[in-house]
Design a protein around this ligand. Structure first.
Ligand SMILES: [Zn+2]
Ligand SMILES: [Zn+2]
Length: 418
């Protein structure tokens, strides 16, 4: 445990503002004034319902952009902000850089030559390597345990150390290096609390339950379709199932994915050396995935035997293989969803004309820190100030009041001094 020795009285504070939504999962963007450096951590999503449009944000100057991870609610507005600030450089981990490129590659409004120019302005940093932004301000990325490439950011200033967690998870789920509290005297902690107030099982319990349930269905020779987003916990589960199969700990079956998910699976494979899994298993990571669609989309699932089919996007629209999914469920297979859509929404989207036989299972898994874990982490880190963001405002507020140390919930656009 770190013992605080410093006094804050004579030190000037750092200031930050939350832009584009601190009070709700999604739309994560923070604007820092560090000495006379202006630094944006995550541009957030391009347009959002909070009435804050970061494209129109008029930063008088912007010196650097730092990215925590490549979820769209954090990077959606990246290209728009880079366009408005043609000199600004972007820093993130190597895997995040690759995922950013994949995300913007899919966007029709950005031409490939233009995307190349933007990518040249994004600098891939190694975990734990500190780099200087100028004015005695050092930055380093540490593992956040949330998705491939995800990072928490340590800001080291002459006035003290600050930690911006981004989305993070402290529980080791096996695939990613979990977030580990840095051994630092922390003047300020800006932490996400997406799961504060939510009734989610702990990450490892959620994972065990998922593997147990899906494994049992496969043992019973079921065909399973799992609606999955890129960079979601279910995608993580697909890799873990594949790994467990190589160890003989999960029943054998093909793991199919659809074309829509292919790139993000390749990103995990390409950056596998940065995974916790790689440390544990050296090069023996199983990547037993087959892209099922579009090749089989016209065929009858019955001919395929038992399988797990991870298919995106999870909202079941656009590229999601609706017809094939419908056939699987109609023939007695099971659709396993996360808890975002209700089973009636699932029915409406996948089987509008047909009678559903009730083969929809919902499994809750998470890659965020839970409220209970967050309070023990704060206790362990003993920061002088805690600011909570990126969760539900009322839940964060209640949580903050329960903490025994100074804490607050950031309001959008409010200036916060730490
Ligand atoms: Zn987020
Ligand atoms: Zn995220």
């Amino acid at each position: 445990m770190t013992i605080k020795t410093s006094k804050t009285a004579n030190r000037s504070p750092i200031k930050f503002y939350t832009l584009g939504g601190s009070n709700g999962v999604g739309k994560h963007s923070l604007f820092f004034k560090l000495k006379n450096l202006n630094v944006l951590i995550d541009p957030g999503i391009q347009s959002n319902t909070d009435g804050v449009d970061v494209r129109k944000k008029n930063f008088d100057k912007l010196d650097a952009i730092l990215l925590t991870h490549a979820h769209i609610d954090h990077i959606g507005a990246l290209i728009a902000v880079m366009e408005n600030h043609p000199q600004v450089r972007v820093y993130c981990t190597a895997a995040t850089k690759m995922l950013v490129e994949q995300a913007f590659n899919k966007r029709p409004d950005i031409s490939p030559p233009n995307l190349d120019l933007f990518m040249k302005r994004i600098y891939a940093m190694k975990y734990k390597d500190a780099f200087c932004l100028g004015r005695g301000i050092d930055i380093s990325f540490i593992h956040a345990g949330h998705i491939l490439g995800s990072a928490s950011i340590i800001i080291n200033t002459p006035e003290g150390n600050y930690l911006v967690t981004g989305d993070f998870a402290t529980e080791a789920r096996g695939l990613l290096h979990p977030f580990i509290a840095p051994d630092l005297d922390l003047r300020g902690l800006i932490s996400e609390g997406s799961l504060v107030g939510h009734n989610f099982p702990s990450a490892t319990r959620g994972q065990d339950h998922f593997l147990g349930e899906v494994g049992r269905l496969i043992e019973n020779n079921q065909q399973i379709i799992l609606p999955t987003d890129c960079l979601s916990v279910f995608q993580e589960m697909a890799i873990i199932i594949s790994q467990e199969q190589t160890k003989g700990k999960f029943p054998d079956c093909p793991i199919f994915i659809n074309n829509w998910l292919k790139d993000s699976f390749s990103a995990y494979a390409e950056h596998s050396s940065s995974l916790f899994l790689a440390r544990e298993n050296s090069k023996k990571i199983g990547w037993n995935f087959m892209v099922l669609e579009p090749f089989y989309s016209g065929s009858n699932p019955e001919s395929l035997g038992r399988f797990c089919y991870f298919a995106g996007p999870a909202h079941l629209k656009r590229s999601f293989p609706k017809d094939f999914a419908g056939k699987i469920v109609e023939q007695g297979g099971v659709m396993v969803t996360d808890s975002r859509l209700s089973s009636s929404q699932v029915k409406k989207r996948v089987l509008p004309q047909r009678k559903m036989k009730g083969n929809i299972a919902q499994l809750k898994c998470s890659n965020h820190i839970s409220g209970a874990d967050l309070s023990s982490l704060i206790e362990q880190m003993r920061p002088e100030n805690v600011v909570l963001i990126h969760g539900q405002k009322h839940a964060l507020g209640r949580f903050g009041r329960k903490l025994s140390m100074p804490s607050s919930v950031a309001e959008i656009g409010e200036e916060i001094k730490l």
